[in-house]
Design a protein around this ligand. Structure first.
Ligand code: FES
Length: 146
Protein backbone atom coordinates (compact mmCIF):
# COMPACT_ATOMS: atom_id res chain seq x y z
CA UNK A 1 0.00 0.00 0.00
CA UNK A 2 1.25 3.51 -0.66
CA UNK A 3 0.83 6.39 1.72
CA UNK A 4 -2.51 7.44 0.23
CA UNK A 5 -3.89 3.91 0.44
CA UNK A 6 -2.91 3.67 4.12
CA UNK A 7 -4.64 6.97 4.84
CA UNK A 8 -7.79 5.85 3.05
CA UNK A 9 -7.69 2.57 4.99
CA UNK A 10 -7.44 4.49 8.29
CA UNK A 11 -10.23 6.90 7.33
CA UNK A 12 -12.48 4.06 6.26
CA UNK A 13 -12.10 2.39 9.67
CA UNK A 14 -12.63 5.71 11.46
CA UNK A 15 -15.73 6.66 9.50
CA UNK A 16 -17.23 3.16 9.37
CA UNK A 17 -15.92 1.51 12.52
CA UNK A 18 -16.24 -2.26 12.74
CA UNK A 19 -17.12 -3.85 16.08
CA UNK A 20 -17.91 -0.57 17.81
CA UNK A 21 -20.01 -0.84 20.93
CA UNK A 22 -20.21 -2.22 24.41
CA UNK A 23 -20.28 -6.01 24.83
CA UNK A 24 -22.56 -7.01 27.68
CA UNK A 25 -21.30 -10.57 27.99
CA UNK A 26 -17.59 -9.85 27.58
CA UNK A 27 -15.21 -12.18 29.38
CA UNK A 28 -13.02 -9.20 30.09
CA UNK A 29 -13.11 -5.50 29.41
CA UNK A 30 -10.39 -2.94 29.94
CA UNK A 31 -10.05 0.77 29.41
CA UNK A 32 -6.85 2.30 28.14
CA UNK A 33 -5.82 5.86 27.59
CA UNK A 34 -3.12 7.95 26.07
CA UNK A 35 -1.93 10.18 28.91
CA UNK A 36 -0.45 12.64 26.44
CA UNK A 37 -3.85 13.70 25.09
CA UNK A 38 -6.51 12.04 27.26
CA UNK A 39 -7.95 9.95 24.43
CA UNK A 40 -9.61 6.75 25.57
CA UNK A 41 -10.47 3.32 24.35
CA UNK A 42 -12.23 0.39 26.01
CA UNK A 43 -11.69 -3.09 24.63
CA UNK A 44 -14.20 -5.91 25.22
CA UNK A 45 -13.16 -9.50 24.61
CA UNK A 46 -15.21 -12.68 24.61
CA UNK A 47 -12.81 -15.55 25.14
CA UNK A 48 -13.89 -19.01 24.10
CA UNK A 49 -12.56 -22.56 24.14
CA UNK A 50 -8.88 -23.02 23.35
CA UNK A 51 -8.13 -19.51 24.61
CA UNK A 52 -9.43 -18.09 21.36
CA UNK A 53 -11.05 -14.68 20.93
CA UNK A 54 -14.61 -15.29 19.84
CA UNK A 55 -15.58 -11.65 19.64
CA UNK A 56 -13.89 -8.31 20.16
CA UNK A 57 -15.48 -4.87 20.32
CA UNK A 58 -14.40 -1.40 21.39
CA UNK A 59 -15.71 1.97 22.48
CA UNK A 60 -13.77 5.16 22.65
CA UNK A 61 -13.29 8.85 22.16
CA UNK A 62 -10.27 10.26 20.49
CA UNK A 63 -8.24 11.03 17.43
CA UNK A 64 -8.80 9.40 14.06
CA UNK A 65 -5.79 7.13 14.34
CA UNK A 66 -6.56 5.77 17.81
CA UNK A 67 -10.19 5.07 16.97
CA UNK A 68 -9.38 3.57 13.58
CA UNK A 69 -6.95 1.38 15.53
CA UNK A 70 -9.85 0.09 17.65
CA UNK A 71 -11.72 -0.96 14.55
CA UNK A 72 -8.67 -2.50 12.84
CA UNK A 73 -7.51 -4.41 15.91
CA UNK A 74 -10.89 -5.81 16.95
CA UNK A 75 -11.42 -7.04 13.40
CA UNK A 76 -7.95 -8.57 13.26
CA UNK A 77 -7.93 -10.43 16.58
CA UNK A 78 -11.29 -12.15 16.26
CA UNK A 79 -10.46 -15.84 15.90
CA UNK A 80 -6.90 -15.46 17.17
CA UNK A 81 -5.57 -17.24 20.24
CA UNK A 82 -4.43 -15.13 23.19
CA UNK A 83 -0.82 -16.04 22.43
CA UNK A 84 -1.21 -14.86 18.86
CA UNK A 85 -2.53 -11.50 20.05
CA UNK A 86 0.35 -11.19 22.52
CA UNK A 87 2.80 -11.67 19.64
CA UNK A 88 1.44 -8.63 17.77
CA UNK A 89 3.26 -5.35 18.14
CA UNK A 90 4.14 -2.03 16.60
CA UNK A 91 5.12 -3.90 13.42
CA UNK A 92 1.47 -5.01 13.11
CA UNK A 93 0.30 -1.41 13.15
CA UNK A 94 2.97 -0.47 10.59
CA UNK A 95 1.53 -3.13 8.28
CA UNK A 96 -1.98 -1.72 8.78
CA UNK A 97 -1.35 2.01 8.91
CA UNK A 98 1.96 2.53 7.20
CA UNK A 99 5.31 3.50 8.60
CA UNK A 100 4.85 7.28 8.31
CA UNK A 101 1.71 7.34 10.43
CA UNK A 102 2.99 4.93 13.06
CA UNK A 103 6.34 6.66 13.38
CA UNK A 104 4.83 10.09 13.88
CA UNK A 105 1.87 8.93 16.03
CA UNK A 106 3.00 5.74 17.70
CA UNK A 107 0.92 6.21 20.87
CA UNK A 108 -2.22 6.79 18.85
CA UNK A 109 -1.53 3.89 16.54
CA UNK A 110 -0.84 1.37 19.30
CA UNK A 111 -3.48 2.44 21.85
CA UNK A 112 -6.06 -0.20 20.88
CA UNK A 113 -3.55 -3.00 20.47
CA UNK A 114 -1.81 -2.18 23.75
CA UNK A 115 -5.17 -2.10 25.53
CA UNK A 116 -6.23 -5.44 24.05
CA UNK A 117 -2.94 -6.99 25.15
CA UNK A 118 -3.30 -5.49 28.64
CA UNK A 119 -6.84 -6.93 28.82
CA UNK A 120 -5.45 -10.38 28.00
CA UNK A 121 -2.82 -9.98 30.71
CA UNK A 122 -5.53 -9.07 33.22
CA UNK A 123 -7.56 -12.08 32.15
CA UNK A 124 -4.59 -14.41 32.55
CA UNK A 125 -3.68 -12.89 35.91
CA UNK A 126 -7.28 -13.38 37.05
CA UNK A 127 -7.15 -17.01 35.99
CA UNK A 128 -3.90 -17.54 37.90
CA UNK A 129 -5.48 -15.97 40.97
CA UNK A 130 -8.53 -18.22 40.58
CA UNK A 131 -6.31 -21.30 40.23
CA UNK A 132 -4.32 -20.38 43.34
CA UNK A 133 -7.55 -19.81 45.28
CA UNK A 134 -8.87 -23.16 44.13
CA UNK A 135 -5.63 -24.95 45.03
CA UNK A 136 -5.64 -23.26 48.46
CA UNK A 137 -9.25 -24.33 49.03
CA UNK A 138 -8.40 -27.88 48.05
CA UNK A 139 -5.37 -27.92 50.33
CA UNK A 140 -7.46 -26.57 53.22
CA UNK A 141 -10.19 -29.10 52.61
CA UNK A 142 -7.59 -31.89 52.50
CA UNK A 143 -5.98 -30.77 55.74
CA UNK A 144 -9.39 -30.56 57.43
CA UNK A 145 -10.23 -34.08 56.23
CA UNK A 146 -6.98 -35.57 57.55
FE1 FES B 1 -4.75 11.07 21.51
FE2 FES B 1 -4.15 10.18 19.23
S1 FES B 1 -4.08 12.25 19.86
S2 FES B 1 -4.58 9.01 20.96
Amino acid sequence: MDRQAYIEHILDHYEHPRNKGRMEDATIQLGGGNPGCGDLITIYLKIGPGNRIERATFEGEGCTISQAGGSIITEMIEGMTLDEVKALGTHTMVEEMGEDVVKSRVRCATLALGTAQAAIQEYERGKTRANIAEATDRAEAASRAS
